[in-house]
Design a protein around this ligand. Structure first.
Ligand SMILES: Cc1cc2nc3c(=O)[nH]c(=O)nc-3n(C[C@H](O)[C@H](O)[C@H](O)COP(=O)(O)O)c2cc1C
Length: 125
């Protein structure tokens, strides 16, 4: 089988990917205070250094109490903004492109009685 096309650049909507390898969105448990930890930054940088062309963040909730229910979830907020900027810098610095996956669980949200968002609205059950 000829796999050489996998190593060819790809242009999509003004974005140049250096090859066809993509790291999909995966929650890997390296969140700290609802933002990227240094471990996450190092982990994603290492994938970019390995040659991956496009790296997705793990699912990342908008900053609204109804959109997450545990501190292990990533949130795009004023508090995590600096951490995300460091992720982008690390990944782009190693030659890869970066997409942030925005995610809202909607009616699937399962509030935890011990987490601070426990009173935020959930879907009807
Ligand atoms: C540990 C783990 C965490 C994942 N987290 C996410 C996620 O945050 N967002 C998402 O869209 N998919 C998530 N996925 C699904 C992966 O993106 C998906 O498995 C990957 O695209 C491979 O696709 P396939 O399982 O259909 O081969 C996760 C998968 C695993 C194994």
């Amino acid at each position: 089988m000829d796999v050489s096309p996998l190593f060819e650049p790809l242009h999509i909507a003004g974005l140049r990917l250096r090859n066809r390898f993509v790291l999909p969105a995966m929650q890997v448990g390296f969140v700290e205070g609802c933002g990227p930890s240094q471990r996450m930054i190092d982990y994603l940088r290492a994938r970019a250094e390995g040659g991956t062309a496009l790296i997705y963040s793990e699912s990342c909730a908008p900053d609204h109490p109804s959109s997450y229910w545990q501190p292990v979830f990533c949130v795009l907020s004023e508090q995590s903004e600096g951490g995300w900027a460091r992720v982008v810098e690390a990944v782009k610095g190693a030659g890869a492109c970066f997409f942030l996956q925005l995610w809202h669980p909607g009616a699937q949200r399962v509030p935890s009685p011990v987490f601070f968002n426990k009173d935020a609205p959930t879907g009807a059950r």
